[in-house]
Design a protein around this ligand. Structure first.
Ligand SMILES: [Zn+2]
Ligand SMILES: [Zn+2]
Length: 405
């Protein structure tokens, strides 16, 4: 803890979170000497998340957060670092192997030129890792974890996949033909660290920096499930690759976060692995080998007869305001109805009957999803209530008729 309070350690730690380090202080001859920057950043992750929380509490138009979502993101962060407990990251291990056996030239590890080249090289590699992670279903199965939150705050950055590095390491191998592993091992960490701070709604616009850097605004678009956001802004530290390769989109309408088909659960193992099960099912469902391979190697929205990345106009429309309005309306309606029951008003049974019908509609048309075993129970109780209030109304009508007769 005392180390954290040391001003030099503190400023260096904070600078590390924004890639604001000099080649001089972050060049090493041997890969074993490279600090574990990501591990060391833990107090800064926590510190910045606390700052974000305080600032958003002080602001009127505070972005929303959710405790369950926060815990799920943190758990995913911890799970994703677990493979690193057993071995050096697969990315660095694979890189060292290629360097040892195949490197063509040896750029000097202590030159600023090598440092800057590696900065660009890792960021360029990351762009393609990330783009393939969205365009190939088999890699998307890993990466979807990062997109499964419906909130957007610093904790979302920690929601990482445990399995993504099993595919990402391949993309950096061309660099191993010339750039020493010790330089690569520095940049692969700073590139990841840089992406922490851009997961916030508190910073709206960075002015001219928006042209070059990946910023909170650009990355919000990347996390959106609005149609204009799908498959856009893959950049890591720089946004120039997206501008260059035609995958750039500017933040325009309010972004709605999360997966196109939300998973509606905080169960951490499910969040990490559910998509593999889905892939396996789809793989078995198709009969031709072409379609089976399509499930793995085409985009998540692909279906037989559709283009490689699927048809984005089929993305379910996002109507968050309307949904919120409907839910609020439903709650107000329910409370009013309960009041009528307590008051023993004759109209109460009609109100309750309508409430049951609304409930049935919400369940039927998928506006309300209930976890498996509960679904049957809820449908049964709603049906019984429907019957009960229906009979109440009939008996009321009968007694009215008797009185008037
Ligand atoms: Zn992504
Ligand atoms: Zn992200």
């Amino acid at each position: 803890m005392s180390q954290v309070m040391d001003p030099i350690y503190l400023t260096k730690g904070i600078r590390s979170m924004f890639y604001m380090v000099t080649p001089n202080e972050s060049s090493f001859e041997h890969v074993e000497d490279v600090p574990l920057y990501v591990q060391q950043a833990t107090p800064f992750f926590i510190g910045l998340m606390a700052v974000e929380l305080v600032v958003s509490l002080l602001k009127d138009d505070a972005p929303v957060a959710d405790f369950g979502d926060f815990v799920t993101s943190l758990s995913a962060g911890i799970i994703s670092r677990m493979p690193a407990l057993f071995a050096r990251s697969i990315e660095v291990t694979g890189y060292i192997y290629v360097w040892n056996n195949f490197h063509l030239l040896e750029l000097p590890w202590d030159s600023a030129w090598t440092w800057w080249l590696a900065f660009l090289g890792v960021d360029f590699g990351y762009y393609w890792v990330h783009r393939f992670a969205h365009e190939l279903n088999i890699i998307w199965a890993a990466h979807q974890v990062h997109h499964s939150s419906e909130y957007y705050n610093l904790s979302t950055a920690l929601r990482q996949s445990a399995t993504q590095q099993f595919s990402s390491w391949v993309f950096y191998l061309p660099m191993a033909l010339a750039v020493p592993p010790s330089v690569f091992a520095v940049h692969i960490q700073f590139n990841l660290l840089y992406q922490f701070w851009i997961h916030t709604e508190l910073i709206r616009d960075m002015g001219p920096l928006e042209w070059v850097l990946n910023t909170p605004s650009h990355h919000r678009v990347h996390h959106g499930r609005n149609e204009y956001c799908i498959d856009k802004n893959y950049g890591g530290a720089l946004i120039i690759w997206d501008r260059l390769f035609g995958t750039f989109a500017l933040e325009s309408h309010k972004v709605v976060y999360g997966l196109v088909n939300p998973i509606n659960t905080f169960e951490i193992i499910y969040v990490q692995f559910h998509y593999y099960k889905y892939l396996w099912k789809s793989f078995n469902r198709y009969t031709t080998i072409f379609n089976k391979l399509g499930v793995l190697w085409k985009g998540p929205s692909w279906k037989p007869g559709k283009p490689r990345l699927g048809d984005h106009s089929e993305v379910p429309e996002v109507l968050p305001q309307l949904t919120v309005l409907m839910m609020t309306g439903y709650i107000l309606y329910s409370l009013t109805s309960f009041g009528f029951i307590i008051d023993q008003r004759p109209t109460a049974s009609m109100w309750e009957l309508l409430r049951c019908i609304m409930m049935v509609m919400l369940l039927r048309y998928g506006y309300m999803t209930v976890p498996g075993p509960l679904a049957g129970l809820i449908e049964a109780s709603v049906s019984l209530s429907l019957l009960y209030w229906g009979l109440q109304i009939v008996s009321q009508l009968v007694s009215v008729e008797k009185k008037t007769a």
